[in-house]
Structure formats: structure tokens, C-alpha cells
Ligand binder design. Sequence first.
Ligand code: CMP
Length: 434
Amino acid sequence: MLEFLTRPYMMAFWFGAFTAVSLPLGSMLGIWLKPSARIVAALMAFGAGNLLSALTLELIEPAFVHQGFWPISIGCVLGGLVFVGLNAALENSGGYLRKASTLVAHIKKHKREKMQALLSKLSQVDILRALPPEDMHHIVPSIVERFFKTGDIVFRQGDPATSLYIIENGRVRVQTADTGGDQKTISELEDGQTFGEMALLWNEPRSATVECLEDTMVWEIHAQDFSALTASLPRLRDAVTKLAGERRAGNQAMGLMDAQEWKSIAIKNIHEEDVRPSAAEMSEVMHKEGGGNAALSMWLGIFLDGIPESLVIGASMIGKAVSPALIGGLFFANLPEAMSSGAMMKKQGHSTGKIFWMWMSLCILTGIGALIGNVTFHAVPHHLHAVVEGLAAGAMLAMIAQTMLPEAYEHGGWLVGILTVFGFLSALMFRAMA
Ligand code: CMP
């Protein structure tokens, strides 16, 4: 019995399961201790640094020394591609809910797509096209969509001014009362046209009544946002002043940039901070999308993060004893990952028991993965060992870079750089002492 339990592939299983014990352990610590995001980020950065050097020293260096540059490099590239490909496939089915970093990336992508669609429509708006497209990303966050039914009055002549409106689609009638008190239509406005600028600009009551002639969708910019925007974007102020002046004087249109060119420059100028999700947006997505099948996708996502780990253990044990530095590195890297995911799942409404078993099953699967890795890798011809080791290392490197470090940086800021260095050195120290 003992002989069976200590066979090389069984040892791979034990070591795999051992490194992954930190998963259920970490998830429970995350739920019970509720560590601050900064502490988890700090641990994550340390773990990532530690793993990076353990990988380099224990897996990459020996393969490089024995078989040279190409086998390990080919393996690394393949491993990286496999991880990135599987990760992208999971992204679309809710796997992004597994970590704060993957959730942030997912929301950013969606916000960017929404902004692109909005900019594409805004490229039809006269006063905005008069603006340099590089400045559009300042305006987009201030825009609120509003719907009016046929016959609705958006505002009446003499009302105080609260907003500027741009017609997304629909048609409105602008009318004023003549000296006899009768309503007289002075203009009809449609898609891409602006109204409500005069009163805002000149701090006056509304000069006319605006009524919807059909169901109309508008973009509304509140007075406060309008003041801030015109103060920081003189060209917007000029464009609006020009429009209002022309209207008042009854003059004609402005010279405009081609809509297509305008749109492409505006889209290129969407900045990182324009799509960064707020805490409220993150929790909204977690609550809206965190139930039902999402748990399975999340589990698959975490499973995916565990595949490189199983491969690394399996590969590191081909023909040699396991490296304690690598096992320790993996153990400590898993801990903060599970802490943050465990706490997130709890927030998404999953029970503690369900979370525990979800992670426990992954712990056993990591062991099985390491066992399978070890058996398969043993069957690989000797000259391909470095490729296999590279494959495991590449997948792991991609995982560290794509999910661990961004997650750590999100909450740890500058601390992450220095703790990654300490983590890196800790594996070196371990080796120096061994
Ligand atoms: P404001 O005075 O805030 O409210 C009424 C709006 O009607 C006014 O801003 C303009 O946006 C719009 N408006 C006034 N005169 C004209 C016009 N001649 N042509 C088109 N729109 C107008």
C-alpha cells in the first residue's frame, strides 16, 4: 500500500493536492477574516514574484542548461498561447467573474464597446463634431439617455434651464408665444441636433417651448456638467456659443470635419480611466451576472488557472525529485488568489459550504492534473522534456501576467512592484538555504 502511495505519479498527486490545499484554506480565510483588498494585493504580488523566480530557477533554467534555447522557448510560447486562448474562450461565458482583475477587464471591454457605439452616433452631432475628437472622452461620461413620448413637452418657454439636449433619434418642435400669446413654430429639430443651449449659456430662462412630434430619444447633459465641460473645453463653449448666436441671428450651418474621420479619432482617444469600472458598477455586474450558471463558469475559470499549476508540478517531477521552492511558491501564490475569489463569491451570494466544496474539488483536481501531467510527461521522449517543461512554464507565466499581477496592481499600487521583488528574492533565498 505504502509502495503504491509513494510511486512517482502518486507523489505528483500528493504534491499537486498539497499546493492546492491553499485554495479551500484561502477561500475560507477570505470569508472569515475579510482581509482588505490591499492586503490581498500585497500577498498576491509577493506570491507572483515568488512563483516567477521559482519557475525560472526550478523549471526554465535546468531545461535551458540541458537542452538549450529552442525547446524551452517553443514550449513556453505554446503554453502561453494555450492559456491565453482558453482564457479568452471562458471570458464569454462568465469565467471573468472569478477574479477582480478578470471582472475589471470584462467591464472595461463592455464600456469601451458601449462608448464606441455612442461615439459613432455622436459623430452625427453638429456641435460635437466641431470639437477635436480627442476631447470627446471627457464628454461621454456626462451624457444621460432619456426618452420622451410623442406630445411630451421637454420644457416650456420661461422655465429655468437645467440641461442641454441632443436628439439621438426623433423630432421636436421649437415654438414661442407671439405678442398676442399664440404659439408660433420657429423650427423643427431632428437627429443630431441640439436644443436648450441658449438659456444655459446665457443664464436666461428658456427662450422657447420644445415639444416632441414623435417618440424621441435624447442625450441629456445636466447644467452642472455643461458648465464644467464648457469651462474645460473652450472649443465646446465656442461651438455652442456659435450655434446659439446663429440661431438667435437666424444664420446658417458651420464647416465640419467629415463624420467618419471624426468618429475614428474620437474612438482612438478613449482613455483607460474613461472605461475603468467604479465599485458600484463592479458590484452591479457581480449581482446581476453572479448567479445561476455563472458559478459553473467561474469554477471552470479557476480550474483553468489551476491547469498551469498541475502541469508545472507534473513536469517538474520528470525524472527528478520535486522542488520544495516550486511547491512552496505555488502554495503561497494560491492563497491570496483564493482569498479574493472566496470573498467575491460570498458577495455574489454563494453559500460558504458551496464555496468550500468548489475549492476543495479544485484541490483534488489539481492533484489529479499533476498525476496525469506526470504520467503523460514520462511517456514523452527525453529530448522533448524541455518542450514540456516550457509548456508548463509558459502557461504559468501567462496566468501570472494576465490575472495575478493586474489583480494585485488594481488594489496595491506601488506596493506591488516592491513586493513582487521581495517575492522573487524569497525563492532565491530558499534555494540559497537548501
Ligand atoms: P433655450 O433658450 O435654452 O430653450 C429653447 C431652445 O430652443 C433654445 O435654447 C434653442 O436651443 C432652441 N431654439 C431657439 N431658437 C431656435 C431656432 N431659430 N432654431 C432652432 N432652435 C432654436
